[in-house]
Design a protein around this ligand. Structure first.
Ligand SMILES: [Zn+2]
Length: 140
């Protein structure tokens, strides 16, 4: 199974390879338009020429973030999640008096994931979102 690194969909047929900034992503046909397509024969390589300033993972995270900003309208509509979902979750969590670690435990997810969601670095999946809504008694 090959998954699109942007939308997470299973890639049917041939995967597309694109670059965004200095990151190379394997994406589905629909997401290929968000970057510059590159030849499949070039293997994705870690780029560390920035002297350790950012890890490849961080660069990827940033590239995705930029991408999400570009398509944020589209994406927000698709997922029906408000733009300030992180703040809403944080406020609801503080209202019920839970620490990030405690809430993460309640929903059976990693604290780091919850932190990223609260910082709006990543979108919660439908499953995580449903659990957050249930535990925090909110509607995102
Ligand atoms: Zn995709």
């Amino acid at each position: 199974m090959t998954e699109c690194e942007i939308c997470g969909a299973t890639i049917v047929g041939k995967a597309q390879f694109i670059t965004i900034g200095s990151s190379q992503l394997r994406v589905c046909r629909a997401c290929a338009r968000y970057g510059t397509s590159v030849s499949e024969s070039q293997p994705a390589k870690a780029r560390t020429q920035l002297g350790g300033f950012t890890s490849e993972q961080e660069q990827l995270a940033r590239a995705k973030q930029r991408l999400y900003e570009q398509m944020d309208h589209e994406l927000a509509e698709e997922l029906e999640i408000p733009e300030d979902f992180g703040r809403r979750i944080k406020e609801a969590r503080e209202r019920v008096g839970l620490k990030q670690a405690e809430l993460a435990q309640r929903i059976n997810e990693k604290e780091s994931l919850l932190r990223k969601i609260e910082h709006e670095e990543i979108m919660p999946t439908d499953e995580v979102r449903a659990k957050l809504e249930r535990v925090l008694k909110i509607s995102l």
